[in-house]
Design a protein around this ligand. Structure first.
Ligand code: ATP
Length: 407
């Protein structure tokens, strides 16, 4: 196990790392995720032995790592640039580290052949790096890093040099390989998708501090801090104070969220775009009057009960956009810009007007302008949506789909 305890490092006035503590398990695929400048690389360099912390300890399986010279550590670092020797063949590049250790030639040959097979490069053993694709070069760098059988492999933005398709392939490859060789991998990345898809657990770093350490799904669904909620995935974030039923938000009323925080506590409500249910008010209007009636209907029905259900009942006949029922929005849309607020009183729901619709293959993103809120509310629906820009819509979500984060 890799144990990092209270590690700090300053560069002049800049605290690159402030009291970082992490426990990384043997054989784990661990990601350090954070924006540029948050200290990821500094931590990686400390683990590799290229940098010394001002304070703190690092042990690997109980042994102090910091007192060992870089080249003596059972740790290998795979550089972002791969740093391959251009004049050497693939096999020579991979053998280099073992030759420096003066291992017997036969053993070197055997280990190089074994690792080249693992990364699928047996056929290209005799080629120089400039005759390889980006993905193949990455495999050589990986082969070179694992051939020395380190206990810990550090990877600095390992896939950033690859194009999207190759990157997806290499993600799978990296996971397979890590599983096969059983080495602990610590990957540094600013790309949350990469961290999510690769890692067993992720530490989110912000300004030299660890904000949260969790499995990808937990991190995504239950962000523990405002920073994580904003950084991981596209969350809809609402600021306000905790109250019964969720969050009391100025200009928007009470928004559905879980209980749990002290009443009146300053909080952030995070709602994932795919959790927001979007219904076209226009369709509802066709069957039950205009948009204002819809809001009033909700109030009349249920001012205090299950708000989401109330709105959904009221909107019976309206279609959830994911199911693809279009209407003629322009004709029916109320003038949202002139409405005092996008809140539907007592319903925990919002109404607004569609500002943008983008289709991304498997999902559509609908941006909704809600009066009383700065910026849009983002809604993600499966497949293509038929809702149109300008449509008047109602947005709801279940209380348990919101995450209330103290501020
Ligand atoms: N050798 C150095 N001298 C001075 N400041 C440094 C040095 N190395 C890092 N820093 C500063 O420390 C902070 C953390 O840097 P670090 O490279 O660890 O961040 P990072 O999260 O890896 O960023 P990036 O993703 O851009 O590489 C930054 O503000 C950086 O400017």
């Amino acid at each position: 196990m890799l144990q990092i305890t209270d590690v700090s490092r300053r560069f002049g006035d800049v605290p690159a790392l402030s009291g970082v503590s992490l426990e990384i398990r043997q054989g784990e695929f661990f990601a350090l995720l954070g924006p540029s400048g948050c200290g990821k690389t500094t931590l990686l360099r400390i683990l590799a032995g290229f940098e010394e912390p001002d304070a703190g300890t690092v042990t690997l399986d109980g042994a102090d790592l910091l007192t060992q010279a870089a080249h003596r550590r059972p740790v290998n670092l795979m550089f972002q640039s791969y740093a391959l020797f251009p004049h050497m063949t693939v096999a020579k590049n991979v053998a280099y580290g073992l030759e420096r250790e003066r291992l017997p030639k036969a053993e070197i040959r055997e280990r190089v052949a074994e690792v080249l097979e693992k990364v699928g490069l047996t056929e290209t053993a005799g080629r120089r790096p400039d005759r390889l694709s980006g993905g193949q070069r990455q495999r050589v760098a990986l082969a070179r890093a694992i051939v020395k059988r380190p206990r810990l492999l550090l990877l600095d933005e390992p896939l950033s040099a690859l194009d999207k398709k190759v990157r997806a392939e290499m993600q799978l490859e990296l996971k397979r390989l890590q599983h096969e060789v059983g080495i602990t991998f610590v990957v540094v990345t600013h790309d949350q998708e990469e961290a999510m898809s690769l890692a067993d657990r992720i530490a989110v770093l912000n300004a030299g501090r660890v904000e949260q350490v969790d499995a990808p799904v937990t991190l995504y669904e239950r962000p523990a801090t405002p920073f994580v909620a904003g950084f991981v995935g596209a969350n809809n974030l609402f600021r306000g104070t905790a109250c019964t039923g969720g969050l009391s938000c100025e200009g928007l009323g009470v928004l559905a969220g879980p209980d749990g925080l002290e009443e009146g506590a300053s909080a952030l409500l995070a709602v994932r775009p795919e959790r927001v249910v979007l219904a076209e008010s226009g369709a509802e209007r066709d069957s039950a009057g205009d948009d204002a009636d819809a809001a009033e209907g909700v109030e009349a029905q249920d001012g205090s009960g299950d708000a989401v259900e109330a709105v959904q009942d009221t909107l019976e006949g309206a279609e959830v956009v994911a199911e693809g029922q279009g209407t003629s929005p322009e004709a029916n849309a109320p003038d949202v810009n002139n409405a005092p607020s996008g809140a539907i009183e007592g319903a925990g729901a919002l109404r607004g007007r569609v500002a943008d619709v983008s289709f991304y293959g498997g999902v559509s993103h609908v941006s909704v302008l809600v009066p009383g809120r700065d910026g849009v509310v983002l809604v993600a629906t499966q497949g293509a949506t038929r809702v149109q820009v300008g449509s008047s819509v109602t947005l709801t979500w279940a209380a348990e789909d919101g995450v209330l984060i103290p501020q």
